[in-house]
Design a protein around this ligand. Structure first.
Ligand code: FES
Length: 116
């Protein structure tokens, strides 16, 4: 494990997102009401930014572009490119279905750490 200290948990509010760059990796930090997640900042479909994606109560992140859905705990695909209606599935074929990369996080002494 290669834990890296990021910032104080108090520096990210509930429902806020931050993008940090570590060793050329852009990582999206998402704080929900009950958890903090760290995932790759760009969607594995077409490499577009996920920062504005919606997070559901069951911790599923929806890409704001073609609405692919990813489990924030495992990175697994819940749905792949469903939007816009009619052509979303065809747009999905532009890239092979692949999971979202996730990074383990931990909180110690009110500081957030990420494992690269
Ligand atoms: S870029 Fe995310 S679903 Fe297409």
């Amino acid at each position: 494990m290669a834990w890296r200290e990021l910032f104080s948990v108090d520096d990210i509010k509930v429902d806020e997102r931050k993008v940090v760059t570590i060793e050329d990796n852009d990582i999206l930090i998402i704080r929900t009401g009950h958890n903090v997640f760290a995932v790759e900042a760009r969607c594995p479909h077409l490499n577009l930014p996920l920062k504005r994606g919606r997070v559901s109560e069951d911790d599923v992140l929806t890409c704001p572009y073609h609405h692919s859905k990813f489990d924030l705990h495992t990175g697994e695909v819940r749905d792949w490119s469903t939007w816009p209606p009619g052509i979303g599935k065809a747009v999905g074929k532009l890239s092979k279905e692949k999971p979202l990369k996730i990074y383990p996080v931990k909180i110690e002494d009110n500081k957030l750490f990420i494992d690269l």
